[in-house]
Design a protein around this ligand. Structure first.
Ligand SMILES: *[C@@H]1O[C@H](CO)[C@@H](O)[C@H](O)[C@H]1NC(C)=O
Ligand SMILES: *[C@@H]1O[C@H](CO)[C@@H](O)[C@H](O)[C@H]1NC(C)=O
Ligand SMILES: *[C@@H]1O[C@H](CO)[C@@H](O)[C@H](O)[C@H]1NC(C)=O
Ligand SMILES: *[C@@H]1O[C@H](CO)[C@@H](O)[C@H](O)[C@H]1NC(C)=O
Ligand SMILES: *[C@@H]1O[C@H](CO)[C@@H](O)[C@H](O)[C@H]1NC(C)=O
Ligand SMILES: *[C@@H]1O[C@H](CO)[C@@H](O)[C@H](O)[C@H]1NC(C)=O
Length: 469
């Protein structure tokens, strides 16, 4: 065996259990070296000939966003960050013709909005193994032709602009290009591009999380610290391990707890603005489209919910429901029906003490609950981000072929939506409709769960807002 290690100067010693063994280069006999070199020269020659013959420089530098990837190892079902989950393979090497599928959806106006400005304001960009996805804030460029602009690590433009289009609304898929670190867009090949944004890495083969949460944009006057703590601690107890919190505006006091969660690596805050004076609630679709891309490949499942919504599965956590009950790998969306719980007061402005915090937690304080909304009506979903072609607030606009949605029964789980009946005139506009679904009744969060939630919330808010003597 000694002679096989001669070439292994940089060898990494195998660990005791062998899992980190780094295969070292076997010593090659002279004749083998000759053959290896010949093979290398031949394959380089073939590539050059291919490029000359097809006059296709992109063969070297650009890969179509729609081309499939070389075979890669199948997902083995181990979530490094967050423990073991199911053994089902996650294989996003789908053999779809994305170009064809997307063209069909473009023709059907899937996710088209026709709203507000038509500027190419950049929001973010994601690097996946298939393509780059550049996000804009305009909701009025659906299907429009645009040009992808590529930049290297020094922000120098890299190669020629590449034609693409806006689909779904707010997303532009760009072909990959070697060396690209920042991306921008322009409407024509020669237009001045917008200031570039960095490509956020989403090239992972195995997701780092089993369940993440996208929180709808935060805005409005109400002080939110207690709701934020309850929201995050609830979904953590349900098995979520990361949160994307979208921010339009927030009071200074509540911002402190958000920043504390961010400092501890539990959430990422995504600020939303583009200089256009749109009504705040119209940021929601921009957020949905962005959060779908943001969660691709990094999480197996992603919940799309609002600050005042608490999803529950009965008798188990959401994590164990998704892990143990959602057995069919073709399910790309699990949809929960709504129950509205009447919230009738503003949340408290400041932390006082543990007892006051518990008294004001929405899950403790409010119990007057509507009947379950009909199927699909303002429902909320947890989805497999890569399987969804375009997402909406209440259901996927489009799923890739072979995938479908499971609408769970109200006995299996619901959204408990702690709706402030005063905000946005909800009480006047919508309450009447909700009352038609059936009688109101008092419903409660299961007691042992509520105790755990109380503890988690109180611990966190005391740490953030309590006085250190
Ligand atoms: C798509 O939307 C455009 C603009 O709103 C409209 O002109 C067109 O008829 C729509 N097409 C379909 C198939 O609905
Ligand atoms: C936050 O604090 C700053 C500085 O004290 C103040 O100017 C601003 O109005 C505050 N913002 C809110 C939303 O309360
Ligand atoms: C934004 O629009 C709202 C409603 O149309 C208006 O009341 C407000 O003054 C506008 N704000 C600015 C900064 O233009
Ligand atoms: C999964 O669901 C699909 C679509 O409903 C169905 O065709 C398939 O048979 C199911 N697979 C299993 C293993 O149940
Ligand atoms: C529950 O809320 C409904 C709708 O706001 C209201 O009509 C009803 O009186 C409330 N019930 C109780 C017990 O407060
Ligand atoms: C709703 O409440 C009314 C009045 O208390 C009662 O007569 C009716 O049976 C209830 N409906 C249902 C579906 O429980």
């Amino acid at each position: 065996m000694n002679d096989t290690t001669d070439y292994c100067d940089l060898r990494v010693e195998p660990s005791k259990n062998g899992s980190l063994a780094w295969p070292c280069m076997p010593k090659l006999k002279l004749r083998q070296v000759g053959i290896a070199q010949l093979a290398l020269v031949l394959s380089l020659f073939t590539l050059v000939v291919l490029i000359i013959v097809t006059n296709n420089r992109q063969l070297l530098f650009t890969v179509s966003p729609y081309s499939s990837f070389p075979a890669r190892s199948r997902f083995t079902g181990f979530d490094k960050a967050c423990g073991v989950f199911d053994e089902d393979a996650i294989n996003d090497d789908e053999e779809f013709n994305y170009e064809e599928i997307h063209a069909k959806w473009v023709a059907k106006n899937v996710s088209r909005e026709n709203k507000f400005h038509r500027r190419l304001r950049l929001h973010a960009a994601y690097r996946t193994r298939r393509h780059y996805a550049v996000q804009i804030t305009s909701l009025n460029l659906f299907g429009q032709q645009v040009y992808c602009r590529y930049y290297d690590c020094k922000r120098n433009e890299l190669g020629k602009p590449q034609k693409s289009l806006v689909f779904p609304e707010t997303t532009v898929y760009c072909p990959k290009r070697r060396g690209a670190v920042y991306m921008s867009l322009s409407k024509t090949e020669t237009d001045n591009p917008e200031n570039a944004v960095p490509l956020i890495d989403r090239t992972m083969i195995e997701p780092q999380h089993f369940l993440t949460v996208c929180m709808a944009p935060i805005y409005g006057d109400e002080i939110k610290w207690i709701q934020i703590a309850e929201f995050i601690e609830h979904y953590k107890l349900q098995g979520a391990t990361f949160f994307y919190v979208y921010l339009i505006e927030i009071d200074n006091y509540s911002r402190v707890i958000l920043e504390d969660y961010e400092r501890r690596g539990e959430i990422e805050i995504v600020n939303m603005y583009d200089g256009y004076n749109r009504t705040n609630r119209y940021w929601h679709m921009v957020q949905i489209h962005d959060c779908l891309q943001r969660n691709r490949h990094i999480s197996k499942w992603t919940a799309f919910v609002d600050l005042d919504e608490r999803l529950f599965n009965f008798g188990m956590t959401i994590h164990s429901f998704l892990n143990n009950e959602v057995k069919n790998n073709t399910i790309a969306s699990v949809q929960y029906r709504q129950r509205w719980i009447m919230k009738t007061e503003d949340s408290p402005a400041k932390f006082v003490d543990e007892a006051e915090t518990i008294r004001w937690m929405p899950t403790v304080r409010y119990t007057n609950t509507s009947a379950v909304g009909p199927k699909g009506h303002t429902a909320k979903c947890i989805v497999r981000p890569e399987k969804i072609g375009a997402m909406f607030i209440h259901w996927p606009f489009a799923m890739y072929p072979g995938y479908s949605q499971w609408q769970i029964k109200p006995e299996e789980g619901v959204v408990r939506h702690y709706r402030d009946i005063r905000s946005g005139d909800w009480g006047k506009k919508w309450l009447g409709g909700v009352a038609k679904f059936g009688n109101f009744s008092d419903t409660f969060v299961e007691e042992s769960y509520l105790r755990k939630l109380n503890r988690a919330v109180v611990d966190r808010v005391s740490e953030v807002y309590g006085k250190v003597e």
